[in-house]
Design a protein around this ligand. Structure first.
Ligand code: IFM
Length: 447
């Protein structure tokens, strides 16, 4: 192999992704803060607390880290409850802090992508019924209007809602996110309201900023039939993918809602995405199981020989990234990898996970798919929702008590990728030689 590197197109965005509640600290006005105070909600009774202390100003040192590590972009979210702490009150000071952060990114030559909703709702919004209410989309659109008015000169790449599919699933079916419901009827209702909120936000952003690029970040989960010859396994895998993966981007593209029992048209949803954001972590094997009524007749599992993360939460399945990007491409707009990463406190798995996933992104780019950037989850260990501080996704480790950061080897590996705009043989050989033969099969056999 002559060129021992997988090179990316000029202008490709390399960054990390974060979210307000997970990094800012003291987000006391939202539903997650309240949820964390309830016994039994968060693993080991953890709380977000000071988180990564960004609201007190530590974003500066973390942005320095990212910039010095060659990153040319960063995806962050703004916290609705800070900007609109009460239905009739806007906090200009909070908007000013976000202005400083965005100016801070630009001063470091990093392109900002701003997420407008990342799992948390203002308490006042949650207490009056949250996403179950018919008027939730209008409420959200008013907030978006305020944000674009205040920050629109600093950002043009917007992600309206992060993982609406995960939010609906965790908060309304599994019940591990607030408000802790277990109702398919409510989940579907909320999904429709989230879509309408996205479409309303899309229109607000484009009216104020015709050149804006607006999309959602969808958590794409691979569902692979456990027994490929079984039509039941294939059927159940397709059904899960349709409900979990397709529902949001398909409606935003076509204006058609894909319900389990049929379709419904909502024309105002149509044509409301300029890109598809893919959050890809892993894929499941799925087997049809007639007894699994509450799980849509599916048993999901990782293969026995899977390369697992610390808590068995994520299996290293890089091929799923390639499939995810092809899936996203089918919606006919550019694609960003808006999240990808792994929980790995000791950084044993992360280097090879990173190499193998970036390699699959390159494969897709090489085939001509319009993938325009990759955001690694995440910059510094942060508050991992119902799993508290037990799962460590950061390129930098965080001591929550002292706020001390410690660089993991993957941070240097990712820096090498970002700086060279390529996945190079020598870097894979240095940081994860165990997968060199997989990532560079030709080069390893040639010697
Ligand atoms: O930390 C989360 C993030 O908030 C949404 N996507 C998945 C990440 C890792 O679990």
């Amino acid at each position: 192999m002559k060129d021992r590197a997988y090179r990316f197109p000029t202008g490709f965005l390399w960054g990390t992704a974060t979210s307000a509640h997970q990094v800012e600290g003291n987000n006391t006005q939202n539903n997650w803060w309240a949820w964390e105070q309830e016994p039994g909600r968060i693993l080991q009774g953890h709380r977000s607390g000071r988180a990564c202390d960004w609201w007190a100003g530590r974003w500066r040192e973390d942005f320095d880290r990212a910039a010095e590590a060659g990153q040319n972009a960063h995806r962050l979210s703004v916290e609705w409850s800070r900007i609109q702490p009460a239905p009739d009150r806007w906090d200009e000071g909070a908007l000013e802090v976000y202005r400083e952060m965005l100016q801070g990114l630009r001063a470091r030559h990093m392109v900002p992508m701003v997420t407008l909703h990342h799992f948390t709702d203002p308490l006042w919004f949650a207490e009056r019924g949250g996403w179950e209410r018919e008027d939730a989309p209008q409420r959200f659109a008013a907030f978006v209007e305020k944000v674009v008015e205040g920050l629109g000169d600093l950002v043009s790449l917007w992600c309206t809602i992060n993982e609406p599919n995960v939010l609906a699933y965790m908060a309304y079916l599994e019940g591990t996110f607030p408000p802790g419901e277990h109702s398919l009827r409510k989940a579907l209702r909320v999904m429709v309201h989230l879509l309408r909120a996205h479409a309303a936000a899309y229109r607000v952003l484009h009216r104020r900023q015709p050149h804006a690029r607006v999309g959602m970040a969808i958590h794409y989960r691979g569902f692979v039939p456990a027994r490929p010859h079984s039509r039941w396994d294939r059927w159940v895998a397709r059904m899960l993918s349709r409900l979990f993966n397709d529902f949001f981007p398909y409606a935003a593209q076509t204006g058609v809602l894909l319900f389990p029992w049929g379709r419904r048209r909502e024309p105002e949803l149509q044509g409301t995405q300029d890109f598809v954001g893919v959050n890809y972590y892993t894929q499941d094997r799925v087997q049809f199981d007639v007894r699994a009524v509450d799980a849509f007749f599916a048993r999901r599992f990782y293969p026995p020989d899977a390369d697992l993360s610390d808590h068995g939460f994520i299996a290293n399945e890089p091929e799923g990234m390639y499939r995810a990007l092809h899936w996203a491409y089918a919606f006919g707009v550019p694609v960003f990898v808006t999240e990808n990463g792994v929980e790995d406190a000791d950084d044993d798995l992360r280097p090879r996970y990173l190499a193998q996933h970036v390699h699959q992104v390159w494969r897709a780019v090489q085939e001509g798919l319009p993938v325009q950037g990759y955001f690694h989850w995440t910059l510094v260990d942060n508050f991992e929702w119902d799993r508290g501080w037990t799962q460590r996704f950061g390129l930098w480790a965080l001591d929550v008590d002292t706020q001390e950061r410690r660089k993991r080897p993957s941070a240097d590996f990712y820096a090498a990728i970002c700086r060279s705009n390529a996945l190079r043989y020598e870097d894979v050989a240095r940081y994860c030689p165990e997968v060199l033969h997989r990532v560079f099969p030709q080069a390893s056999t040639v010697g």
